[in-house]
Write a protein that binds this ligand. Sequence first.
Ligand code: GDP
Ligand code: MG
Length: 448
Amino acid sequence: SLSDRLTSTFKNLRGKGRLTEAQIDGTVREIRRALLDADVAVAVVRAFVAQVKERALGEEVSGSLNPGQQIVKIVNEELVGILGGETRRLNLAKTAPTVIMLAGLQGAGKTTLAGKLAKHLKAQGHTPLLVACDLQRPNAVKQLQVNGERAGVPVYAPHPGVSSEFESATGDPVAVARDGVAEAKSKLHDIVIVDTAGRLGIDTEMMQQAADIRAAVNPDEVLFVIDAMIGQDAVNTAQAFNEGVGVTGVVLTKLDGDARGGAALSVASVTGKPVMYASTGENLDDFEIFHPDRMASRILDMGDVLTLIEQAEANWDKGEAERMAKKFADREDFTLDDFLAQMAQIRKMGSMKKILGMMPGSQISRQQLEQFDESQMDRIEAIVRSMTQHERVAPKIINGSRRARIAKGSGVHVSEVNSMLERFGEAQKMMKKLASGGAIPGMPGGRG
Ligand code: GDP
Ligand code: MG
């Protein structure tokens, strides 16, 4: 597996400082192979690998990881980012009903998904209406009706009650879509799910029909439904639908099969749209909210490596905290390096605003929270990084000309270096107090 191969690659990777090209190349070669194995489109792999290399080059190896792990971490973060970052929620209309249109090739799993999505939304307290706009296949309307019945959700269809297994529905799908939305308005459904017709391959007539439906009902979401087994064709198909119809989100189906999910990366990277749901079987309950992080480890098949990385980082955090505690106990000086390390620890916990906002009964007002400037932490970090090792340990030596050099190196005004050093001096004093059981130090980066 990739995990095994990477582990042996990592053995040869040692050292601190910045990642080197040689270190990156070995690991990236394995990642490229894993992505191709997972059936990510070749062009997408090429672009992705280039992106990872560019970011990895020159990146500093963190205290907790070896260079190989550091690269895998970058790969994972980039992958999660392309897949949509955090799970995106459905975009609901300001005025009901929210219209969700499904588009994709025949057999992708649209009609099945329509039932799943309806059931899921109903369970959340919505009152969806399904609209049957696939008038091409003889049995399509009936299939949606069956799914609607299973989901306990009504279906708007042409010629209700007349369509049977043996006759093809007739009529104009655009008109049906429009009437379906009107029906939802009059019956006060808050969501409309429009199922459409697909073809076996990309087809101009089908695209035109889907585009016409879109123009007629102005959907809040156009979900592009794609079979995870499609492999290399994912790119062309996604591109065609994105350009021909325009999509807002992606749904990956048949993830219960053997597919490693490479299509997810191909489609997300070609459309720039997040994957929102996953379909994992023929039953209505085989449906999941899509989690980019889980898919990233499925694609790379490197759950083990990621676990190792998490453990290494957790251990490092613990070691770092102990080291700091010992320092205080020994009354050693709190240096700018400590300051930087502490800031990194804080930032790793996520956005400061989020953390401060989450603290129950915190003394921090909403206004103070608004004033908190995350970018200021970036600048402080840049300032410290522009200092020499000697300066970081003995900040007293930082005179006027050194301050000017540091300001230039970090791209800030000298006054900012001055105020940063002043603030650091205060923090240092507070650390001393803390060590003797005194006050709690202020967080770096806070304003006032
Ligand atoms: P449509 O043409 O896009 O509407 O696709 P359908 O919803 O009719 O699905 C085509 C076939 O794929 C049907 O036999 C479904 O039962 C099956 N199918 C749909 N989604 C899934 C899935 O997630 N997993 C599996 N194994 N089969 C699926
Ligand atoms: Mg269908």
